[in-house]
Unconditional design. Structure first.
Length: 423
């Protein structure tokens, strides 16, 4: 029997009892990269005050600065993070990943990378971490949640930032049509219950957020991305959705409320489609020589778009180097093009990092003019890193957005489609 409270909530949603579709969704640590939604960084505030949750600390070599990562909605959902940054010494980051208050038993504290970006600006990381998100409610189990953390230190910016890597995935039927469903929250707090009423106030059991909660529906090779905080439209019909706090359960139902688009959740434009002719372009080497895509006609090309300021790009390039070493004798070339960046930053970064990479590090003369950028204007790229495998016939075999770690084998899989084995 439906309770009076449940009926009242349905009335607020503009729905009728018995019309709900409820599905279970599983946590996927790579959902963000798979869905190609890019990353939305969240700043972690730093202070000299130690959080109460910390019970045991390592011996710091500098002055510790503390922050808190919100993971879940329970009273124990604050995950402590500490920066140890001695003058002239090695910077470290400690994250209480297992939420036991002990910062000495959570694995390696070293930053995976340190990149001098010029102008006194240094990028540390990103580093991948798995934090334990905890939730209110009977039967709610902690969820190991995948995030990445990076640090920017400069005379004008002193910031610790993080972004979510995972989300919830499953199958959903709407209007009799089956969809592959991906649910992604953008506050990097692991909380998905953020539905709003028509006055932009949270519905009962929900919390308010200024960032969208994306539901990505995929069927027949087509994707639709909606913000479930408010009514949305699928196949001409209006729906509302309610997610459990941990995202493990999603209820979707028809509504009489007016569907509207959330300005905070614009869809990314599609990248150039597989099978299309790869547009030609001209870029330059560090020495100023011109390089054209057309120069490599008859070869398989791995075209990678990156920037010196892009943390995920810095993480993906060593993996690209590993792939390149395996295929460089197989009629394959790599063109790594720096886009959306200052020429001065590129000129400084290349000599400091070229020993790490044996493929060409090239520059798009459009620099920070995204409207003229090769990546944006010719390949439809709206987020980096983005990588394209181009066949020997000059057609796009596969476009790949983002990078989810060394287990991300999408470039290798695309090369196989182009007839190149990666041993």
């Amino acid at each position: 029997m439906m309770s009076i409270g449940m009926i009242a909530t349905l009335a607020m949603l503009g729905t009728a009892p018995g019309q709900q579709t409820t599905v279970k969704l599983n946590y996927d640590a790579k959902a963000t990269a798979t869905a190609r939604v890019g990353y939305m960084p969240i700043r972690v505030e730093l202070t000299s005050i130690k959080p109460d949750s910390i019970k045991k600390e390592p011996v710091y070599t500098g002055t510790a600065r503390y922050g808190v990562i919100k993971a879940g909605d329970s009273k124990k959902s604050n995950v402590a993070v500490v920066l140890d940054e001695p003058a002239g010494g090695e910077f470290r980051i400690y994250v209480d990943s297992n939420a036991d208050g002990d910062l000495t038993n959570d694995g390696d504290s070293a930053w995976s990378k340190k990149t001098d970006q010029g102008g006194g600006r240094t990028l540390f990381g990103p580093v991948d971490k798995t934090v334990k998100a905890t939730y209110e409610g009977r039967g709610r189990k902690p969820v190991d949640t995948a995030i990445s953390i990076y640090r920017i230190a400069s005379p004008t910016l002193d910031a610790l930032l993080m972004y979510r890597n995972g989300g919830r995935t499953g199958e959903l039927s709407l209007g009799g049509a089956p969809y592959k469903a991906t649910l992604i929250e953008n506050d990097t707090d692991g909380v998905y219950s953020k539905s709003l009423d028509d006055k932009d106030q949270p519905l009962p059991g929900n919390v308010k957020s200024g960032r969208p909660v994306w539901l990505i529906l995929e069927a027949d090779g087509k994707k639709q991305q909606v913000d479930i905080r408010m009514p949305f439209e699928v196949a001409g019909k209006a729906y509302v959705a309610n997610a459990s706090n941990d995202g493990s359960t999603l209820t979707v139902e028809p509504t009489t409320r007016v569907a509207k688009k959330a300005p905070a959740a614009p869809q990314r434009p599609p990248i150039i489609a597989n099978g299309k002719d790869a547009p030609d372009f001209v870029v330059t080497t560090p020495e100023g020589a011109e390089v054209k895509l057309a120069d490599y006609k008859g070869k398989v090309v791995i075209l990678d778009f990156w920037a010196t300021w892009c943390g995920p790009c810095m993480r993906s390039m060593p993996h690209l180097e590993q792939v390149w070493k395996k295929v460089q004798s197989k009629n394959v070339v790599v063109l790594a093009v720096c886009v959306w960046d200052d020429k001065s930053a590129y000129d400084k970064w290349v000599p400091e990092n070229k020993s790490k990479f044996t493929f060409p590090l090239l520059f798009d003369a459009a620099a920070k003019d995204n409207s003229k950028s090769i990546a944006s204007a010719k390949y439809g790229v709206s987020g980096i890193p983005s990588t394209f495998v181009i066949g020997a016939d000059g057609k796009v075999v596969e476009g790949i957005v983002g990078f989810s770690g060394d287990s991300d084998k999408r470039v290798e899989e695309a090369l196989k489609k182009a007839g190149i084995s990666v041993d």
